[in-house]
Design a protein around this ligand. Structure first.
Ligand code: NDP
Length: 335
């Protein structure tokens, strides 16, 4: 049985990756942050399964700020593979909290590399990079060879981490790779991301729980994929013969406006009457159109994104409708 550590297991990708690894008979050790609130909705279906939880799925308190604990756990668990997903993942928020974004994402990754350097038997490492490292790219589409040019604190932190993983691979012979991911979404996407804001608003406005939504730039374009496809590639990358950095993307561009069209049409509403455009919500620096070229991943891993854009948006709206219906039934009734 293979043993894996997943940092960021409570996040969107971490929860799908845990499912995938458990399905492949791994023993999975998830690192979680200590907080006063112990609800972990993305993991509830796994932690409530007594045949899995504390049998093949274990959760350990470990913060990226607390590397003595991380070191102790890694030495005790002796994993075959580490999937390093944890980090402050919101680009916009990185302007508000640049120091902690860099501390967790950049320095956290370097410290993890240093711990692995000391392991008697080094585990394989997968680090999740980001298309934000390209910022204002010099070429389109972007591939593994495109120069870094980040323009957000998040992008700068990821660029540091990606490059450090390369340094440790090349200088110390680590089996360490970067998955350079373009945006990927799912019903488990955090509610502060524009995609989920839209699908959630469509559902809640439809059910009368909300009246409208304010957004910044609806013309922004991204290469949006489906999160479960991307975690499948994470796993494949560590099964390859050689460690390689790979771009994961769909190679197709869509606008924020497309999310609005599809999500609101799915619930029979016209978004133009419900969305307020607010200049204060426009991001300070928005990367130019980022479009990924994942042909190397497709060739080396036999990987390809499976879910089409419209289907993904509708699936997210359906999931948000189910949550909104629960909220509606839980809401106190007026006497
Ligand atoms: P989420 O925001 O859903 O999850 C982030 C995870 O990191 C959570 O488990 C969170 O814990 C954990 N975390 C954050 N800060 C710390 C910390 N200081 N110590 C320990 N754990 C911490 O992100 P995703 O699942 O979407 O993304 C996974 C990774 O992929 C991230 O590194 C992200 O930057 C990167 N990425 C994601 C893309 C996307 O489109 N989804 C695109 C490109 C890269 P908690 O639950 O306690 O907050």
């Amino acid at each position: 049985m293979k043993r894996a550590i997943v940092t960021g297991i409570t996040g969107q990708d971490g929860s799908y990756l845990a499912e995938l690894l458990l399905g492949k008979e791994y023993e999975v050790h998830g690192f979680v942050r200590r907080s006063s609130n112990i609800t972990r909705p993305r993991l509830d279906h796994l932690t409530s399964d007594l045949e899995l939880y504390n049998q093949r799925l274990f959760l350990h308190y470990s913060d990226l700020e607390d590397m003595t604990t991380t070191r102790r756990l890694i030495l005790a668990i002796q994993p075959d593979e580490i999937f390093h997903l944890a980090g402050q993942s919101h680009v916009g928020a990185s302007f508000e909290i640049p120091e902690s974004t860099c501390e967790f994402t950049a320095m956290g990754t370097l410290r993890l590399l240093e711990i692995i350097r000391d392991c008697p038997k080094r585990p394989k490492l997968l680090h999740i990079g980001s298309s934000e490292i390209f910022g204002l790219p010099t070429q389109s589409p972007q591939s593994e060879t495109t120069a870094f040019n980040p323009i957000t604190p998040y992008g700068v932190a990821k660029a540091f981490a990606v490059q450090m993983v390369r340094v440790y691979r090349e200088s110390f012979g680590f089996f360490a790779c970067n998955a350079i991911c373009f945006n990927h979404e799912s019903p488990r996407r955090g509610e502060s991301f524009v995609t989920r804001k839209i699908t959630r608003a469509a559902a809640r406005i439809k059910l009368g729980l909300e009246k409208g939504l304010s957004l910044g730039n609806v013309e922004g374009q991204r290469d949006w994929g489906f999160a479960p496809d991307y975690v499948d590639a994470f796993w494949r990358m560590l099964q390859a013969d050689q460690p390689t950095d790979l771009v994961l993307s769909t190679g197709k561009l869509h606008r924020v406006r497309d999310w609005l069209e599809i999500a609101f049409a799915h619930v029979g509403l016209d978004w133009r009457q419900l969305i307020k455009l607010d200049d204060r919500l426009v991001r300070k620096a928005d990367p130019a159109t980022l479009l990924g070229d994942s042909s190397l991943a497709r060739k080396l891993l036999g990987w390809q994104p499976s879910t089409d854009f419209e289907k993904m948006v509708r699936q997210m709206v359906d999931a948000d409708l189910a949550i909104a219906r629960e909220d509606l039934h839980a809401a106190p009734k007026n006497c």
